[in-house]
Design a protein around this ligand. Structure first.
Ligand SMILES: [Zn+2]
Length: 329
């Protein structure tokens, strides 16, 4: 049936009609808010490149988490900025590490029961060199040791789960980490704790502002020997396949908006629940345009989230989680 029998505009006539036939919906329960924990008390340190995002000491983080629970947000993704960093990143798996301590506190607070507590698993916030694994130096050259890093990452995942994480989310991109983490979790009595794998994390310029937020910029070199080349769609599917085989329970795609095609393809191929991380650069560039009056903030924010959802994400990790939850009511 063609025009004039078919008229697509019939179903766009009123908001009630448009709402009835809408295919994709956003909900606060499917938004995850990242939190950056730092030492001290009463600390609420703004991140200059990310408006309305802060480094928070534990007392302030509790207030922020309670607000997220009130807004009906689905969960938090926790990152830590330790007081001390070292070559190995020992703070990542310390029993009294910054995220471990926060998890113990959060888990005692009944107001936070509705939040799924996800703990990022990586070493870059804890290492003095800022890389996600163990650095081996050879004169002027260096490389990141895969298997030695995996061992430390598995230890970190187990430590976070023991402290109360509901989900562990490895973001390091070492080979074989999912199987190693599953083994460490099970051996540590945490066989009920799922792994949310950043299965195909691309080496992206859009992480720039996060490195200020998490104080995790590499001190030398870059991350291209472990994070993926942004040109590679097929390789992304292989990465995901491996993580699924190794026992990942959920997938997290990162970044989101510049990689929506990857998200769509993964959605069509895999049955696992899948999230997408709308990363710092995606957030900052929208805010930069809002500040100049170039984009309408609420509409652009919601449209950016909707595009990620439509591409196939079940849930979205986003710095807009609180703002979007307010709009969604
Ligand atoms: Zn890292």
């Amino acid at each position: 049936m063609n025009f004039p029998v078919t008229r697509m505009r019939r179903l766009r006539r009123t908001e009630a009609m448009r709402s009835l036939v809408r295919e994709t919906h956003l909900q606060s329960r499917a938004l995850i808010y990242p939190l950056f924990l730092c030492p001290g008390e009463g600390v609420r340190k703004p991140i200059s490149s990310m408006p309305n995002v802060f480094n928070l000491s534990l007392d302030e983080a509790v207030k922020e988490a309670e607000r997220c629970a009130e807004l009906g947000i689905g969960g938090l993704l926790l990152f830590g900025l330790p007081a001390q960093k070292d070559e190995q990143g020992t703070g990542a798996w310390a029993d009294d590490g910054i995220v471990q301590s926060a998890l113990r506190e959060f888990k005692k607070n009944r107001k936070l029961d509705s939040l799924v507590m996800m703990a990022d698993v990586c070493l870059c916030e804890y290492t003095s060199h800022g890389h996600c694994g163990v650095v081996a130096r050879d004169g002027d050259h260096f490389h990141i040791e895969n298997d030695a890093s995996v061992e430390l990452l598995a230890k970190t995942a187990a430590s976070l789960a023991r402290a109360g994480a509901d989900v562990v989310a490895p973001s390091d991109m070492m080979d074989g980490r999912i199987a190693a983490m599953r083994e460490a979790l099970d051996a540590g009595g945490c066989d009920q704790i799922p792994i949310l794998s950043y299965a195909s994390k691309f080496a992206s310029a859009f992480y720039g502002p996060f490195r200020e937020a998490a104080d995790s910029a590499p001190q030398f070199g870059d991350r291209r020997s472990y994070q993926m080349d942004g040109a590679n769609r097929r390789e992304a599917m292989r990465e995901i396949e491996l993580d699924v085989t190794e026992g990942a329970d959920m997938l997290l795609m990162k970044p989101a908006m510049p990689y929506l095609d990857i998200l769509r393809e993964a959605r069509e191929r895999y049955e696992l629940p899948m999230g997408a991380y709308q990363v710092s650069g995606e957030y900052s560039m929208l805010h930069a345009a809002f500040e100049r009056g170039w984009l309408e903030p609420q509409r652009a924010m919601m449209e950016s989230l909707l595009s990620i959802r439509r591409a196939g994400a079940d849930f979205i990790v986003t710095y807009f989680a609180k703002d979007a939850a307010e709009v969604l009511g």
